[in-house]
Design a protein around this ligand. Sequence first.
Ligand SMILES: [Zn+2]
Length: 306
Amino acid sequence: MKRTYSTLLAAATLASALVLPSCNDSKSAVTAEAGSPTSEAMSGTAATAAAEDSAAAAGATAPSPGSIPAGSIADAATITARPQVPILCYHQIRDWRAKDSKGAKDYIVPVDAFKKQMQMLADSGYHTILPDQLYAYLTTGAKLPSKPVMLTFDDTDLDQFTVAKPEMDKHGFKGVFFVMTVSLGRPRYMSKAQVKQLSDEGHVIGSHTWDHHNVKKYQGEDWVTQIEKPTKTLQEITGKDIKYFAYPFGLWNPEAIPELKKRGMVAAFVLAEKRDPQDPLFTIRRIIASGYWSARTLHNSMVNSF
Ligand SMILES: [Zn+2]
């Protein structure tokens, strides 16, 4: 379903029954799979690796991008040549409802499926990393923990806080939450206090615009409305710099990159399409973890897509 900008603005003023725009308006293809879920480990050596790497996985030691001297930052070709870290993109984490469309279910991961996916990652020895670690790795070749993975959550959905966070807590996983600020405090979306709690607990808050409008269409003041003001809002909520951005629908164009850089972003995330060889840091790839996927399918997709 396509929504126009004026519709979005009107929608933003509506009351409690509001359904906000989200990534499931995009047409990114994901593969359905009807196999039975499994929580089995995908590696036989997970336990020892997990013990050795738990400290590195915490992310506390990653330098901030601003502290890395410009002269130490690798060129685009070097960055592009480094092995990609698998990055998963989630939206809603809830059980399917009768009215959910077939397409929407790619963006709605049932609670039990999410639990099995997290359990598989833990059992298989994966370590969640955060954007500063990824940035240091891509720009300077800094070491990452073994079997790194990044968990990202778009669109500010409340169940990311109420369902996904507790499940991640069980495994010591940290994630990245790309917030669209128009939805803060709306029913079924996270509040400012919840976003602050995520940040305080070591998750990273990134920007996902004000109201999910397509970056490729921005002109003039749109950069203030969609990027500058939301970034300031998120900085006020978290007390931290907001340095990472996820393009709504994964859509970007070369004109957007300098605009994002001007406004403090050091890296930006797309979806499964190719990276830009000129600016791989602003086209970091992610795959949408589909609601149809078993833990095994998720693992296969991680291995095959990155
Ligand atoms: Zn989105």
